[in-house]
Design a protein around this ligand. Structure first.
Ligand code: AMP
Length: 545
């Protein structure tokens, strides 16, 4: 055996903000908030304030290594400081999704054993109602100036700015084992309680290197990044870490933005890379077209979390000249596992956009396997469909404090079951066919709800569509298509069915088409098929007014 002679520097989250402050110190972090002036400062300032926060956590709140600190907050510079100040001292940043049901929030905070919760002013009332049921929480830090503190019944409440006041702006982050936990994020399963994904410093840094490489589509990709994805969803897909690693200008927005405000932010800040779920981009596309606008600086638009419709990809690529990056991943995988940059030879092919609809190819560090129901390996030949299994250094090996879920989610030989049905072609392009729970099972065959939705969204009057399986006495399930028409457009059931004729296999034809004003979305912005199925079981989907 011969040991290598290289330095054994641990991979720690604190080093990211050190790097950004040292080498990109003047780059801006901008926070846009509805009804309030923008907030701007530099990476140098962000590091100084993360350091003050770190001192406050230790000296004023008695926080040490391994303690969990929850955030209950939207995207902002203070949330960014928590990313580095908490993890930097070896404590664990637990980002809680404020859009979850209150019972889930209560469960998650108690299950994680969070000691403090850092909460945005507008979210204080939610926690006030829950606080009596959160016995492990010592106190609450409101993300505000002292003067902006709301009158609150939260126990031991203090303003963030008061907490970090008069503390040193310098810090030497402690050096510890890179395998220690850095952050925690709960993912809501289809059944049972949410499950905690506990990232380590090592997994986070390795994922950051990989995601940076995977998202880089041109020399300018990282000029300015705007994550529409919230900082409580899989660490905003790792983008706060990526931004610090590459020293990108980082633009953080209020989550309540409508497409016009998002457009304003993208244009005003010269954003080059922006990332979010398909619903956001469908609405943006409609806004651009209705107002005859273009996105003048965006080079790459990254879309993940659910399958983007082909027609939308084609529009961004061909009408607007923007590189559309379809990326696949999940909370358990940090999340980036695949991205969709086609090979150069595909550029000239008529199927170019088809390649873009695929989730791309596996990035280095992630391994993938396709298996059937009995966990037999399936060929990656473009046609065999099965469950996707993954493993690698930024994939969860189990769930936090939950032995039962761990056993269910991980195979005997250490692969994570994704619950996604996929096929992989000869060139390695992954196509996500469906979630295993969303696939429509009709007459012993599968109908891809994703393909059906894509076909429907190609209709010029359709804004958004969802396909769900409805119980059927003969076929076990038949598809129901639920459609949100574009504003001012009236659509008829038969018009949609004849549009789909020839675009989908005949037996996929939805038995019924329902028009609604809005589709239910999950707490992470995806269409909630579960709610749709439940509404149907309880007497039908509320139709359009
Ligand atoms: P979450 O853990 O909430 O981020 O959800 C992860 C799930 O979102 C995956 O298991 C997929 O079902 C879905 N998903 C993520 N990215 C994509 C994509 N590019 N195409 C299709 N489905 C996706």
């Amino acid at each position: 055996m011969l040991q290598g002679l290289m330095m054994d520097t641990p991979l720690l989250v604190g080093s990211l903000i050190d790097h950004a402050a040292r080498w990109h110190g003047d780059r801006e972090i901008v926070t846009h908030r509805t009804g309030r002036p923008d907030h701007r400062y530099s990476y140098r300032d962000a590091r100084a304030r993360s350091a003050r926060l770190a001192h406050a956590l230790r000296q004023r709140l008695g926080i040490g290594s391994g303690d969990r600190i929850a955030t209950f907050a939207w995207n902002s510079y203070r949330h960014f400081e928590l990313y580095f100040g908490v993890s930097g001292i070896g404590a664990v940043l637990h980002t809680v999704n404020p859009r979850l049901f209150t019972q889930q929030i209560e469960y998650i905070i108690n299950h994680a054993g969070d000691r403090y919760v850092f909460v945005d002013v507008d979210l204080v009332p939610i926690l006030e109602a829950l606080a009596p049921k959160l016995p492990l929480v010592d106190g609450y830090v409101v993300l505000a100036e002292e003067g902006a503190m709301p009158a609150t019944g939260l126990p031991n409440a203090i303003a963030y700015e008061a907490l970090i006041r008069d503390l040193p702006e310098e810090i030497q982050w402690p050096v510890f084992d890179e395998r220690l936990a850095s952050s925690l994020c709960y993912t809501s399963g289809t059944t049972g309680n949410p499950k905690g994904v506990l990232y380590s410093h090592r997994s986070t840094l390795l994922h950051t290197f990989a995601a940076t490489a995977a998202l880089s589509v041109s020399r300018r990709t990282f000029d300015a990044i705007l994550p529409v994805v919230p900082m409580f969803h899989a660490n905003a897909w790792g983008l706060p870490y990526v931004a610090a690693m590459v020293g990108a200008k980082f633009v953080l927005c209020d989550p309540h933005l409508d497409p016009s405000q998002l457009y304003e932010s993208l244009e005003r800040e010269g954003v080059t890379l922006t990332c979010g779920v398909p619903t956001i981009w469908l609405r943006m596309l409609d806004y651009l077209r209705s107002n005859g606008l273009r996105l003048n600086t965006v080079e790459a638009l990254c879309c993940g979390g659910a399958a983007p419709p082909r027609s939308m990809i084609a529009a961004f690529e061909e009408e607007f000249g923007i590189t559309f990056l379809n990326a696949w991943g999940m909370t358990e995988s940090s999340p980036v596992c695949t991205t969709g940059i086609p090979r150069r030879e595909h550029d000239a092919m008529p199927q170019r956009i088809d390649y873009k609809t695929r989730a791309g190819r596996c990035i280095f560090g992630v391994e993938m396997l396709l298996v059937d129901d009995d966990e037999n390996e399936l060929p990656m030949d473009g046609s065999a469909q099965g469950e996707l299994l993954i493993r690698g250094p930024w994939i969860a090996a189990g769930y936090y404090n939950d032995a039962g879920a761990t056993n269910a989610g991980i195979t005997a030989d250490g692969w994570l079951r994704t619950g996604d049905i996929a096929s992989v072609d000869h060139q390695g392009y992954v196509t996500i066919r469906d979630r295993s729970k969303d696939v429509i099972k009709s007459g012993g065959e599968w109908i891809s709800s994703v393909d059906l939705e894509n076909a429907a969204v190609a209709h010029p009057g359709v804004l958004e569509a969802a396909a769900v399986g409805i119980p059927h006495p003969t076929w076990s399930e038949r598809p129901l298509l639920v459609i949100v028409p574009k504003p001012g457009v009236r659509l008829e059931r038969e018009e949609i069915r004849s549009f789909l004729d020839g675009r989908i296999p005949k037996w996929w034809m939805p038995d019924d088409v329902v028009f609604v004003d809005e589709l239910p979305h999950t707490a992470t912005g995806k269409i909630s098929k579960r709610s749709l199925r439940e509404s149907f079981a309880n007497g039908g989907v509320p139709a359009r007014r």
